[in-house]
Design a protein around this ligand. Structure first.
Ligand code: HEC
Length: 228
């Protein structure tokens, strides 16, 4: 081929430039995002996860919870996430900077979990609730499509008269039988610590315009540039 080299270089340049463009634009938009220091209380947000919750994040990843649950709350005008109490506000890129692997998900067979531990939205969401749900989903939601994760628990005889502090409080239909108790393993404890850490309650003053812009866009007005 006569112009083989020129053709090769042309195709190479087109691919290399679009690849670099994609990477550099994302880097420019999100690469420099860091914690935000609130002048009101001198605290940094988002606050880091506890060590146990961070271990739980790996269990969540390991068990493929992301295949049925998203962690992304759409802002007003882009869906009914806020009406379904999946969040008190739309999500910001900054919310995710503490996650080494962002488990944003794509399929919503179950509810969004970005605010699973937000007790302002879900007052019932305590550790007992999460343990029972993981051990026997049907105990909380009859006919649930959520698979049981009973392998995250040990069933053993009650030692002495006093049941273990963490033993699950199950209704008789789901309880293993007299004299036995269901106790969460270390993996279950980490996973539940992670679920309880999921809450985007802090609203960054510098990000707020992003959510406001969406609402204005809905009413046909030109969206404002979001702050960084
Ligand atoms: C096959 C899909 C599927 C998988 C995998 C799955 N879930 Fe679910 N999950 C559901 C469905 C469906 C519901 C809704 C419960 C119902 O049926 O009412 C749910 C509900 C929940 C809820 C309750 C949310 C609320 O607001 O009350 C939590 C928490 C949860 N799942 C956590 C997990 C975790 C943690 C994992 C991984 C260990 C997981 N799920 C894996 C489908 C799934």
């Amino acid at each position: 081929m006569k112009n083989g080299l020129a053709l090769f270089l042309g195709v190479f340049a087109a691919l290399a430039l679009s690849w670099a463009g994609l990477l550099l634009t994302a880097q420019r938009q999100f690469g420099s995002l860091g914690q935000f220091k609130d002048p009101a209380d001198d605290m940094l947000y988002p606050q880091p996860m506890s060590g146990l919750a961070n271990q739980g994040r790996l269990v969540y990843q390991d068990l493929g919870c992301v295949s049925c649950h998203t962690q992304q709350v759409r802002r007003e005008g882009f869906g009914t996430d806020l009406a379904r109490k999946w969040g008190a506000r739309g999500g910001y890129a900054r919310d995710y900077i503490r996650d080494q692997t962002v488990l944003i998900g794509a399929s919503r067979l179950g509810p969004d979990l970005r605010n699973a531990g937000n007790t302002e939205l879900h007052p019932y969401a305590d550790a007992d609730y999460f343990y029972s749900l993981l051990y026997a989903p049907a105990s909380g939601a009859p006919g649930s499509m959520m698979p049981a994760h009973a392998f995250l628990f040990d069933i053993h005889p009650v030692a002495g008269r006093q049941p273990s502090e963490h033993a699950l409080k199950l209704s008789s239909k789901f309880a293993p039988g007299p004299g036995l108790e269901v106790v969460p393993t270390a993996r279950a404890q980490a996973l539940v610590a992670y679920l309880m850490s999921l809450k985007d309650t802090y609203d960054y003053p510098i990000e707020r315009t992003r959510n406001a812009a969406a609402a204005e866009e809905k009413h046909g007005e030109k969206p404002k540039e979001g702050g960084k």
